[in-house]
Design a protein around this ligand. Structure first.
Ligand code: PLZ
Length: 444
């Protein structure tokens, strides 16, 4: 981010402004219809807690480009590392003539991910591509095929990961047929489960479905987001994740944590599995790993990761040198700037404000999340009926007021907050003040 980018919300035109309107018209004429837009404003600069648009408007960023710019946009160490790398070489293909950056990222991932067993890593470009590779590795290791995923899951938009993703609209509708051998188990969803369904009961419920409908003898892997992202920032009840992981270990099933959205300090721990001491066999990371450059990884137990024949894994761009340089600088920033603790501070600030708002407004059915991954699930007053209209109205009003917020959830009724960890308390507080006012006015 350039030093001139002021850390303040500042609107100088209607939203969208005239230059964004012009660019939206060009977008409609040139870009495929299927690529949606949350906010019709075009960015020119971003950093800290601010995104600036082509019309000179500055927005408070509570989205981080969907949990990617966790260390901040154009974070200084990332910019410097990428500039040096881009001037040295941009690409050789790691499978042709390798380079140190890739190995250094693998070493860092092996060091930082949960568990102190011997590990290996492989690098890819997107979250979906890494999820696909984790499944390939689990299948070749176990010589089994079935994959279990959960209700409300999101794992990507490629063919295998569409099958793994739960929600039809907009992710799957019309795009089938989907990959076979993908089965779905019930999740722990504390807000919507019956009151007596604690983590252990929910795990038993899921394991029964897995044993009866799939069978451990056919099952290569169980894949789970330790806190669900697109599905609604659902934090499973305590004990759910450890029980599923233990069942996998006892039954020769690879336990895969999809930490694409939760990883790299986002939840107030380096990885969300760390909150419950869960050690996955394989962990999938992307998004926050490289400060905005496209990079993803599969990291895990050496014997599982090494199961593939030589040449079985790869891709032209996987572990691109610019992305690796960015990842090393991102990891250095997280460690040197204490960003795990910063995420925990953000959690305290946001939960305190949102719980106070909830006390006065029962349409905030549930306030949940960890670290800088916080959400409110909106319902019709006096019920637990999902209110997607209210989520849309509040989000649109926030955009108009200069605050970037996103929605998510199977029912589209969850407002989610993913601020960069580089945001100031002042900007966060201002955004929460604005949201508080919006809730006072909003009726759906
Ligand atoms: N696994 C847990 O959150 C990406 C999707 C945005 P890619 N989530 C944002 C959209 O609408 O496309 C995600 C995730 C989890 C996998 C993925 C997929 O990561 O880098 O988008 O492929």
């Amino acid at each position: 981010m350039s030093a001139s980018l002021e850390q303040r919300r500042h609107l100088v035109t209607a939203i969208p402004g005239p230059r964004s309107v012009e660019l939206m018209a060009r977008k409609s004429a040139a870009v495929a219809h299927g690529i949606g837009t949350t906010m019709p404003v075009f960015a020119v600069e971003a950093g800290g807690g601010v995104v600036k648009d082509v019309d000179g408007n500055s927005f408070i960023d509570l989205g981080s480009g969907i949990a990617v710019t966790t260390v901040g946009n154009s974070a200084p160490r990332v910019v410097e590392a990428v500039q040096q790398q881009v001037a040295a070489f941009t690409h050789t293909c790691f499978m042709v003539t390798p380079y140190e950056g890739y190995v250094a990222v693998a070493e860092a991932l092996n060091r930082l991910t949960p568990g102190d067993h011997e590990k290996r890593s492989a690098l890819f470009n997107s979250g979906a591509e890494a999820v696909e590779n984790a499944i390939k590795i689990a299948r070749v290791h176990t010589n089994k095929q079935a994959v279990v995923v959960f209700d409300h899951a999101y794992h990507g938009r490629t063919n295998l990961t569409m099958a793994m993703t739960a929600k039809s609209m907009p992710y799957k509708s019309g795009f089938g047929p989907f990959a076979p051998e993908v089965y779905r188990a019930p999740l722990s969803y504390p807000y919507r489960d019956e009151k007596d369904v604690d983590g252990t009961v929910a795990a038993r419920r899921a394991i029964t479905v897995i044993e009866k409908q799939v069978g451990a003898g056919n099952l290569a892997a169980v894949v789970i987001e330790p806190i669900q992202g697109e599905g609604g920032f659902i934090v499973p009840a305590d004990g759910f994740l450890p029980a599923i992981a233990q069942w996998c270990t006892a039954n020769g099933v690879v336990f895969i944590a999809d930490e694409v959205q939760t990883g790299f300090a986002r939840t107030g721990a380096l990885f969300a599995c760390d909150h419950e001491g869960v050690v996955p066999d394989l962990i999938v990371t992307a998004k926050g790993i490289a400060g905005g450059l496209p990079l993803s990884a599969v990291t895990g137990r050496a014997d599982i990761m090494d199961a593939s024949h030589v040449g079985g894994l790869g891709g032209t761009y996987g572990g691109n040198p610019l992305a690796c340089a960015a990842a090393l600088a991102t990891i250095e920033t997280i460690e040197a700037d204490g960003l795990v603790e910063r995420a925990a501070q953000i959690e305290r600030l946001m939960l305190d404000r949102l719980h106070r708002l909830q006390a006065d407004d029962d349409r905030l059915g549930d306030v949940r999340g960890r670290g800088a991954m916080i959400a409110v699930e909106l319902v019709r007053s006096g019920t637990d009926e999902p209110d997607a209209d209210l989520a849309r109205i509040v989000a649109t009003s926030a955009h108009q007021a200069g605050v970037i917020v996103l929605t998510c959830g199977t029912y589209g009724n969850v407002l989610r907050f993913l601020p960069p960890l580089a945001i100031s308390d002042e900007l966060l507080t201002e955004a929460l003040d604005i949201l508080t006012d919006i809730f006072k006015e909003a009726t759906s």
